[in-house]
Design a binder for this molecule. Structure first.
Ligand SMILES: [Zn+2]
Length: 63
């Protein structure tokens, strides 16, 4: 009885850990870049916003 309950709980925790892990990884590694590449192809930003040089909206970089 008790071990059965532990299996259910650990299975649920594993499922939510996988779900949270996927949700986090998609955001954590998101990088943004100016579409005009004002500061070079290697310059990326961690947050969405506007290019400080040309003021265009930053575009998410495909990994
Ligand atoms: Zn720019």
């Amino acid at each position: 009885m008790r071990s059965h309950a532990i299996k259910i709980v650990s299975g649920f925790m594993l499922a939510s850990a996988v779900f949270i892990g996927c949700a986090e990884s998609s955001n954590e590694h998101a990088e943004y870049q100016c579409p005009m590449k004002c500061e070079g192809v290697d310059k990326t930003y961690k947050t969405e916003g506007k290019c400080p040089v040309c003021k265009m909206n930053l575009k998410e970089v495909e990994q």
